[in-house]
Design a protein around this ligand. Structure first.
Ligand code: CAA
Ligand code: FAD
Length: 379
């Protein structure tokens, strides 16, 4: 067993940390306030190779591993959780399934464009009546000669509106629950595909979350990923890895909040001494740091398992569950350490606390992670 990062992983961490500090953090609060997505940040990530971290060079990637990927999401989220999820949704939700299930032509076209950052990706599974219960989705795709005609609505889509390629799940056989779902790659600008409501959110406000509307949207059959009826399996196996990306986001948010809390506790004086010298505060910081380290280890372990072609679904559900709960606890405590100042926008901890909440909800709520883990334990 070796807990040391490789030289490449360590170098990537330093590179992303510098990029996050210089190019992402300075505008994080302002983008949050204005609910503004910045495509320029994504373009810079592409220049650094971050948009294709785990894919082979022939598909436009940099041929690194999944540990490197989670390190990148962690470091970005340490300063801006919206930027962290932009990369996570692009990479593990939109690109991974094409790498895993795409034919050579789809990889050379769609995956290459995603990996090089020419295109930004999104993953469209959820619907107004089908969130946790994915199989009850209503969007349909009806075969018409060499095309499929899509009709229906997807909601809550991260990178919605700003993404160029959308992985959309629809029923090709509405009577067959799971086995009736198929997956399609839909390009922005396709006739019959438009954007609906953009959500106004509590946190990750510079990551757009948007409704997708399909009205007789004609998609060529070449854009189907896998075979007809493979969609549910593709969606679920994609989430197996995607959830670990959210765990990495949660670790980053929690670490950012702890860093801020430690600095503040050392500088803020009450009763004639820094508040950090009170055991009530230093024990709090110790518990926060310990929970973060445990979350990080679960997250890196799940990524290591995936990199080594070992089963990682349960590990990933556990990392997401534990790291998401940790992020919520740690950021709440960070606001507490700051006292009244933590409740204002003068310091970043209120943003971390608002951002942390989503890590318990998306890519399967933490109740659903417990359901997934429980089923794996007892099956
Ligand atoms: N990999 C491959 N196949 C899988 C699988 C997996 N991980 N999980 C289930 N399956 C297969 C099963 O083997 C089963 O196949 P058979 O019919 O051949 O036996 C089939 O799928 C049905 O499985 P279940 O009976 O377990 O399905 P279910 O209807 O009970 O649902 C669930 C299971 C885990 C609750 C699932 O619906 C789920 O994950 N819900 C949460 C949805 C979710 O996470 N959404 C995230 C949207 S993306 C997002 O939020 C983006 C963002 O954060 C940025
Ligand atoms: P519901 O499924 O209605 O759940 C409501 C409550 O009931 C939750 O607490 C849930 O845990 C609980 N519950 C439901 N079923 C059970 C059960 N069997 N046992 C115990 N408790 C249960 N989706 C995408 O497809 N793509 C995206 O890019 C995407 N990005 C998102 C970004 C944001 C900001 C948000 C808020 C959501 C995003 N989602 C996305 C959707 C997200 O995955 C869903 O919101 C989530 O899966 C929960 O579904 P729901 O909101 O319909 O809640």
């Amino acid at each position: 067993m070796n807990f040391q990062l490789t030289e490449e992983q360590d170098m990537l961490r330093k590179m992303v940390r510098d990029f996050a500090k210089n190019d992402v953090e300075p505008t994080a609060a302002e983008r949050d306030e204005e609910e503004r997505f910045d495509r320029g940040i994504f373009d810079k990530m592409a220049e650094l190779g971050l948009t294709g971290i785990p894919w082979p060079e022939e598909y436009g990637g940099i041929g690194a591993d999944y540990v490197s990927y989670v390190i990148a999401v962690e470091e970005l989220s340490r300063v801006c959780a919206s930027t962290g999820v932009t990369l996570s949704a692009h990479l593990s939700l939109a690109s991974w399934p094409i790498y895993k299930y795409g034919n050579e032509e789809q990889k050379k076209n769609f995956l290459y464009r995603l990996a090089t950052g020419e295109a930004l990706g999104a993953y469209a599974l959820s619907e107004p009546g089908a969130g946790s219960d994915v199989a009850s989705m209503k969007t349909v795709a009806v075969k018409d000669h060499d095309d499929y005609i899509l009709n229906g609505n997807k909601v809550w889509i991260t990178n919605g509106g700003v993404a160029d390629l959308y992985l959309v799940f629809a029923k090709t056989n509405p009577d067959a629950k799971h086995k009736g779902v198929s997956a399609f790659i839909v390009e922005k600008g396709t006739e019959g595909f438009s954007f609906g409501k953009k959500e106004k959110k509590l946190g990750i406000r510079s990551s757009p979350t948007t409704e997708l509307v399909f009205e007789n949207c004609r998609v060529p059959k070449e854009n189907m990923l896998g075979a007809e009826g493979d969609g549910f399996k593709i969606a679920m196996s994609t989430l197996d890895g995607g959830r670990n990306g959210i765990a990495a986001q949660a670790v980053g948010i929690a670490q950012g909040a702890l860093d801020a809390a430690v600095e503040y506790a050392k500088g803020r004086e009450q009763f004639g001494k820094p508040i950090a010298t009170n055991q009530g505060i230093s024990f709090k910081l110790a518990d926060m740091a310990t929970a973060i380290e445990a979350s990080r280890l679960l997250t890196y372990q799940a990524a290591w398992l995936e990199s080594n072609d070992l089963p990682y679904g349960k590990a990933s559900a556990m990392s997401k569950l534990f790291a998401g709960d940790t992020a919520m606890q740690v950021t709440t405590e960070a606001v507490q350490v700051f006292g009244g100042y933590g409740y204002t926008k003068d310091y970043p901890v209120e943003r971390y606390m608002r951002d942390a909440k989503i890590t318990q909800i998306y890519e399967g709520t933490n109740e659903i992670q417990r359901l997934v883990i429980g089923r794996m334990l007892t099956k």
